[in-house]
Design a protein around this ligand. Structure first.
Ligand SMILES: [Zn+2]
Ligand SMILES: [Zn+2]
Length: 405
């Protein structure tokens, strides 16, 4: 997307009532806790080892089940979180690390989508991790090194990484920060059960302090969404290893908290690793065209705010599009609180109505309509950004939809 078109998108999004991405999130912090098995994390109803994340879950949203649906080891799962897809990775001799062998993601990453999509400098996009030669983002010709994040690789322990993250937050205030914590996986492999649990408690404490820090910082308070996830779990029957398709390896965490996230929601729509980056794209309003996942819009609060049920003349209405982005068809699923006249249409960026999907009386309950990516004459539309709206008397809900080539 060229800059001129992007500015048109941004300008229009500002006027789309209730559109996904028309919310209050201006900044995102993503935390990846390596190899935390869900049974010792938020999957434990008592939250014995994760009291801080348990408290945040009550103010935010959890997805159950959230799955690693690909490779349950770090070298493939972390690039999949970055790319919103199970990307291939390629080895190369990395000049940043004295020519030693390193790997890069073949598909563009969230860093590249963010920086290019929003025209942001490197210091607005920071990746904090322990001191190692970090795997690199992509060399995709449309993205690539010009849009990589600033890597801050400091220290050994998770507490060192957290120390560095605090410095970064205080001095550079990036709009997108990724914090990678490796201590839980290391302890699980090498240090025994007690050390594994203690590493979980350390990571949990860091997440709690991180949210407190964000909420106390005027650059972040009230406009930041925090997402905490894992690359993989651990074997159901052996916490010292992981890497296969057992439930323990596949089941991971997705905790989101922020101004656009429904509070106290436990969403049972099954989701997986490729959905993280499209969700960040929807929150910050940048496209993620090569991602295979889709934005978890079911976690979003109605962007028009509170009290829809009580405001006179309005209808409570929940609209979820999936898949989104899509190559051909998408399903629009919505919940109607009572019998009403309902219409649904698709518009382009200029506000032109391209297709009417629905216009008539409908019963209360859940309805699904399909849009096949075509206009009213049945012609295929060009790849790009469109808007699908559902209107009842007194309320219109609009979602952005990305049509892929
Ligand atoms: Zn491991
Ligand atoms: Zn396993």
């Amino acid at each position: 997307m060229n800059l001129r078109l992007l500015s048109v998108v941004v300008a229009l999004l500002a006027f789309v009532p209730g559109g996904a991405g028309a919310g209050q999130t201006e900044r995102v912090v993503l935390v990846i806790i390596d190899g935390l098995r869900y049974s010792e994390g938020l999957g434990d109803p008592a939250r014995t080892h994760v009291p801080e994340m348990g408290a945040l879950a009550a103010q935010g949203a959890l997805v159950e089940p959230f799955l690693n649906d690909g490779y349950t080891y770090t070298a493939r799962a972390i690039p999949a979180i970055w790319c919103g897809a199970w990307t291939g990775v390629t080895d190369f001799s990395d000049p940043d690390c004295g020519g030693q062998s390193n790997s890069y993601a073949e598909l563009p990453t969230v860093f590249e989508y963010f920086r290019k999509g929003l025209s942001r400098p490197a210091d607005d996009c920071i990746y904090v991790l322990k001191n190692l030669c970090s795997w690199k983002a992509s060399f995709d010709p449309s993205y690539g090194p010009d849009y990589w994040p600033l890597y801050h690789a400091e220290g050994v322990l998770d507490t060192d990484v957290w120390q560095e993250a605090q410095t970064v937050l205080a001095t550079q205030s990036p709009s997108f920060l990724l914090l990678y914590l490796s201590g839980v996986d290391y302890a699980g492999h090498h240090l025994g059960w007690d050390a594994y649990l203690s590493a979980i408690e350390t990571a949990d404490g860091i997440v709690g302090s991180l949210w407190e820090t964000l909420e106390a910082d005027p650059d972040y308070a009230g406009k930041t969404t925090l997402i905490v996830t894992n690359d993989h779990g651990r074997h159901t029957t052996d916490f010292t290893g992981h890497g296969d398709g057992c439930a323990g390896c596949r089941t991971i965490q997705l905790l989101a908290i922020g101004p656009d996230i429904e509070a106290g929601l436990v969403s049972t729509v099954p989701r997986s690793i490729p959905d993280v980056t499209p969700t960040i794209g929807a929150l910050l309003e940048f496209p993620t065209p090569l991602a295979s996942g889709s934005a978890m819009e079911e976690l979003f609060r109605d962007p028009t705010g509170v009290g829809d049920d009580t405001a006179p003349g309005t209808e409570w209405l929940r609209l979820v599009l999936a898949p989104n982005p899509t190559r051909n068809a998408t399903e629009a699923r919505f919940l109607l609180p009572r019998r009403a006249r309902v219409s649904s249409s698709v518009h382009d960026l200029a506000g032109r109505r391209l297709a009417t999907l629905l216009d008539g009386e409908m019963e209360a309950g859940e309805h699904v309509i399909t849009w096949n990516g075509r206009d009213a004459e049945g012609g295929s539309l060009a790849a790009g950004v469109y808007f699908l709206s559902v209107t009842t008397p007194g309320k219109t809900v609009t979602r952005k939809i990305v049509l892929l080539p």
